[in-house]
Design a binder for this molecule. Structure first.
Ligand SMILES: [Zn+2]
Length: 177
């Protein structure tokens, strides 16, 4: 086998120098953009499911938990306009997981939100960032019934567990394992 031909007139050092000269002026902006992306995607600490959270066998909101999620939003979609500002004016038709079920979010009211079909489709199964949670909780202070906790939490409380034991029939319709 013959040696691979080395292109003549190509100086690696010179090439690298050229790239650095070209990137140099925009490097600070690239760093700013990277920091912005990290900040915008950062989760809200202490609210989401743990790294090793197992999937809740209850796939969907049904019965009492579903009614509670819709009721405390007064039947109106909790989605934000412009991602976090304002509130969607459509009727709530779906009880959605704030932290997606597929990512370990449990099917409990503290992890639920009432959404219209369009807002639910737009959100899909994305893990919410800190500003999404903050925006939702801020909006909720204006319409949640007095005394209700506006905070989103992806952990199952003892009350949630007790409610499940009291309503085993709600297991119907959930996926068998
Ligand atoms: Zn909506």
């Amino acid at each position: 086998m013959s040696e691979p031909a080395v292109p003549t007139g190509l100086d690696v050092e010179e090439l690298l120098d050229g790239v650095l000269t070209a990137v140099g002026p925009v490097a600070p902006w690239l760093i700013v953009a990277a920091v912005c992306v990290i900040v915008l995607r950062f989760p809200m600490l202490g609210r989401g499911p743990g790294m090793v959270a197992s999937r809740d066998p209850w796939r969907r909101f049904q019965g009492g938990p579903r009614r509670l999620v819709i009721y405390r939003a007064a039947g109106r979609c909790e989605g934000g306009l412009l991602w976090f500002w304002g509130r969607c004016s459509r009727a709530a038709t779906e009880a959605d997981h704030v932290y997606p079920h597929s990512r370990g979010g449990p099917t409990v009211p503290s992890n639920g939100q009432a959404l219209c079909h369009r807002c639910n489709r737009a959100k899909a199964a994305t893990r919410p960032a800190w500003w999404y949670i903050r925006g939702l909780e801020r909006r909720r202070r204006a319409y949640f019934p007095a005394g209700s906790d506006v905070r989103v939490s992806a952990s199952m409380s003892t009350g949630d567990r007790a409610m499940r034991l009291a309503a085993p029939d709600l297991r119907r319709g959930t996926r068998r394992r």
